[in-house]
Design a protein around this ligand. Sequence first.
Ligand SMILES: *[C@@H]1O[C@H](CO)[C@@H](O)[C@H](O)[C@H]1NC(C)=O
Ligand SMILES: *[C@@H]1O[C@H](CO)[C@@H](O)[C@H](O)[C@H]1NC(C)=O
Length: 349
Amino acid sequence: MLLIRDTVLGGLLLALSLPSTVVGHSWVEQLTVIAPNGTFVGAPGYPRGNIQRSASGFSDTEMTYLIPPNGRANQSQILPTDKMCKDSQRTAKQTEGSPRLQASAGAAIALRFQENGHVTLPNTQPGKPKNRGTVYVYGTTEPKEDENLLDVHRVWNRDGTGGDRRGVLLSKQNFDDGRCYQINNGDISEHRQAKFPHVADQTMGADLWCQQDIALPSNAPSGKPYTLYWVWDWPTAPGATAELLNGKQEIYTTCMDVDIVDNGDATSTTTHSHVKAGAADYVEGQPLDKASIPSQFAEIVDSRPAASESGKSVLCAATPATALSKPASKTTFLTIYKTIYPSATPTPR
Ligand SMILES: *[C@@H]1O[C@H](CO)[C@@H](O)[C@H](O)[C@H]1NC(C)=O
Ligand SMILES: *[C@@H]1O[C@H](CO)[C@@H](O)[C@H](O)[C@H]1NC(C)=O
């Protein structure tokens, strides 16, 4: 269980004992459909070639994909031939036990990833952006096995008129969703543990994963996979360290597909299209381990075009989510806190 610790010395201890353990990087661990009330529903889906963390001998390198790769002499250089996807993720192949997400066209879905200290221990790597990097989701019905990063990233746009026009930018937001944390004794983690408590579960443990909530295009054809490229852009600024006077590029990607299923079955809540729901349907104060981020969810809903417009307009979401997500209201927090820790005496800061 989560312990709420009062650590006046937290920051000091952290500064003195910062472990060099922030080596794990991030990838999309799971995809989940979001119901109209903002709750995750149905069975999760997984990226291409997924390897579960519980697999014997698991190492992060089996799921992380870095561009430019380690060892490139010029760490600022991204080559036109650098591939979008890790070699194990270049085709739409799933591994045993890690199926694709099933969702209908237009559905709201959450992509979840672990922050691995990149959010809660921000001083570990100097020169990194305050928003902990920017995460992008691109979508296409026509993926290529040899997709090049530079043909897609910062090229495909919301209108679908960028580059070779095979795909669209579906979402752009901060890596830090404003809530997520790994359990550690840093100030940020301790503050968030108190503010956004949740019941530890088998999937996340006591940590709270980060999420990027997106809407699938309402015109994605049913009966086939729709491809998503998740790109975490995490550069180091020039001059941050003596070794990196010129800074460097650091990009991680995850490639995945979603089976677009017909939503003719109106009784199915697990795959049903939600973007039709209003933000008002979001249930405040719901358990955080299955809750989408309210501000992200509202943005998906707001970006939905008028019903009379063509399907393509859902791709033209109004504004990129560049602002930090708003934390839950105090009322929400107190409600949840009381539910989960009836006997605790919180001292939120
Ligand atoms: C490294 O690559 C960047 C980006 O392509 C370029 O601007 C820079 O001049 C290169 N540095 C060296 C030393 O070649
Ligand atoms: C939201 O709706 C789903 C699907 O109908 C349901 O399973 C879930 O319990 C609801 N969540 C809340 C917080 O009411």
